[in-house]
Design a protein around this ligand. Sequence first.
Ligand code: CMP
Length: 139
Amino acid sequence: MAGNITFTMIKPEAFQNGHTGKILDMILNKGFRISALRILKLSQEQAGKFYEVHKERPFYSDLVGFMSSGIILAAILEKENAVDEYRKLIGATNPANADEGTIRKAFGQSIQMNAVHGSDSDENANIEASFFFTVLERC
Ligand code: CMP
């Protein structure tokens, strides 16, 4: 059965460029409820841990450097079938391949600076949400 939470980050370039309000608006307009939210700057070590699954990939160190380069917004989103529904809303990893109307099409600049992260499975949504938020920080 599909879960009802997903985890997202608004990445440093999208935050820095002032797209946060418009991205949150798109999320809320699609019927997601925000059950936890924080703004923070990741250390290199924290970004490396979060993206550990990509450790062997050639883009890993650039990705870690980028994700620890500026302020991000992290949030837990709730909706029925949240992981799939949110992946539809954000669009393809590479903004060049993202459909019209998606967040990455509107705000992504490149495969690395692709505006937002979204969990790729229910299992990872729970792992990622717990990476950033304790149970007491979720409403
Ligand atoms: P995200 O959804 O945050 O999950 C992993 C990230 O790795 C992905 O978005 C991209 O920003 C990044 N990524 C994936 N593939 C590549 C690639 N080929 N080159 C650079 N970055 C990539």
